[in-house]
Design a protein around this ligand. Structure first.
Ligand code: NAD
Length: 283
């Protein structure tokens, strides 16, 4: 008999999330007939983000079999979990909760997904000096993933300099071989001359936040450029980067890779990443 999967997405204002469509279509393609992926929106339920841990424990007791977790619950959900994967522990954030032997275990596939997307989309990317702009949820996952991949020098900038400094302290502390330095936003364009890669991890470029986080004049052909923004897939930054001769990676690569990693953790079935990417472009 097919195992039954009842997955919940925990977060706030998640009504327009692409995750339910990505996950349920892949389950359908794989013939998992007893699979459901539903929203557990804390706004709709009148639950504070601080209670996300209680929400997953209660839902688990009611028969839910696993969870995807998004903003603003990735940190707060940890209070309800029994254990964490190494990635989730070092990052201090969880986006996937798996049940193993009756215990709730937190994982982080933003971390694994960024790296998987980078290796798949830009296999020849030089990982020497990488500038990350944006040090929030996505930016810290990207910074940890790049450090875990062996990047020796990371530069991190954010309009809120304290956020950049905090991520740098944590990454430098967790990875001996990586030096992470917080740089003022104004220094990013000149600094790109000595970088091999640039990642946008701010919301700039997404629908409702037009523009580019970095001046196009600072882009050069020896730089690969990745964006975490996936709506639209082609952001102003990526268009400018292509015109400048850069290799580019869109945010859909990270989105699909994290969804596929989560799908595999939750169901035990291998997801077809090429098919999921094709689904994404139809959504
Ligand atoms: P967040 O609010 O946690 O972090 C955003 C950070 O960007 C903040 O620290 C903010 O101060 C900083 N910032 C904003 N404008 C800036 C600017 N002009 N210059 C420098 N820094 C600036 O948000 P998040 O959850 O990290 O999400 C950021 C973006 O990443 C969103 O567009 C989200 O949709 C996307 N995202 C994509 C994936 C994916 O799988 N592709 C995963 C997570 C998030």
């Amino acid at each position: 008999p097919t195992a039954s999967h009842r997955i919940g997405l925990v977060g706030a204002g998640i009504g327009t999330s692409l995750s339910p469509a990505l996950h349920t279509r892949e389950a359908h393609e794989l013939g998992l007939t007893d699979y459901r992926y539903d929203l557990l929106d804390i706004d709709d339920r009148g639950i504070a983000a601080e209670s996300a841990g209680d929400l997953v424990r209660t839902a688990f007791a009611e028969g839910w079999t696993g969870f995807n977790v998004t903003h603003p619950c990735k940190q707060t959900v940890i209070a309800g979990l029994d254990d964490l994967s190494d990635n989730a522990r070092s990052l201090g954030a969880v986006n996937t909760v798996v049940v193993r032997g009756g215990k709730l275990i937190g994982h982080n596939t933003d971390h694994s997904g960024f790296l998987a997307g980078l290796r798949r989309g830009l296999p020849d990317a030089r990982l020497e000096v990488v500038q990350v702009v944006g040090a929030g949820g996505a930016g810290s996952a990207v910074a940890y993933a790049l450090a875990a991949a062996g990047v020796p020098e990371l530069r991190i900038a954010d309009v809120d300099p304290a956020r950049a400094a905090d991520v740098c302290t944590r990454v430098s502390g967790a990875f001996e071989h990586t030096t992470a330095v917080a740089v003022p936003l104004g220094d990013v364009p000149a600094g790109l001359a000595s970088c091999t890669g640039l990642v946008n991890a701010t919301p700039i470029g997404m629908v409702g936040h037009p523009g580019s986080p970095v001046d196009a004049a600072a882009l050069h052909p020896d730089l690969w450029v990745a964006d975490v923004v996936y709506r639209p897939l082609r952001t102003e930054l990526l268009s400018a980067a292509e015109r400048a001769g850069c290799a580019v990676l869109d945010g859909g690569q990270m989105l699909v890779a994290q969804a596929a990693d989560t799908f595999e953790l939750l169901t035990g079935h291998a997801a077809d990443r090429t098919r999921m990417r094709a689904h994404l472009t139809e959504l």
